[in-house]
Structure formats: C-alpha cells, structure tokens
Design a protein around this ligand. Structure first.
Ligand SMILES: [Cu+2]
Length: 98
C-alpha cells in the first residue's frame, strides 16, 4: 500500500468508527391511552418537545399514540415516558405490557 492509500484507509476507518456517535437518532412510538379530546395531543406534543434531544414529535389522537424522534445520546424512552406522565398523560412504549 502506498502512502496515499494508507491515508485514505485510515480516514475510512475513522469514518466507520465515529459513525455510531453521530448517527444516534431513534424513533419510538408511545401508547398514550389517556387522550380524551382532540386538544390532548397539543399538551403531549409540548411536553415531549421540551425534552432535550427530541427532534420530532407526531401525536395522533385517533391512534392515541405519540411518535417521537430523538437523539439517543441525549435522552431515552424512559425520559419521554416521564415527560408525558408529568404532563398528565401516562404512556408506555408501543406493544409493551402495563
Ligand atoms: Cu383533551
């Protein structure tokens, strides 16, 4: 291997090794059974958007679900559940037993 290809090889290796650090966006669906009217999603969305690391929130009243996109180096599902619970809407990750 010549000098230039060695440099490229090490750059490629750095890119591979550092990828998980910045590619840490996760999406979780939370079941929020406590929604009782069409304005509930607004409250839930506000509460979730306040959580640091959250980049996108979609709350569906029809489905009684919140779909949250977040940076998993800054927050986690537990913190999201806590945020909706503190706002008056206990939630749980989709499909999980109570
Ligand atoms: Cu409501």
């Amino acid at each position: 291997m010549n000098k230039i290809s060695k440099v490229f090889a090490s750059l490629a290796l750095i890119a591979v090794l550092s990828a998980p650090v910045w590619a840490a966006t996760q999406t979780v669906t939370l079941d929020v059974p406590g929604m009782t009217c069409p304005t509930c999603p607004i409250t839930i969305k506000k509460a979730l958007n306040k959580v640091q690391g959250v980049s996108k929130v979609d709350v569906s009243y029809e489905k009684k679900q919140a779909v949250v996109t977040f940076d998993d180096t800054k927050t986690d599902t537990k913190a999201l559940v806590k945020a909706t619970t503190n706002a008056g809407y206990p939630s749980q990750p989709e499909g999980e037993k109570k």
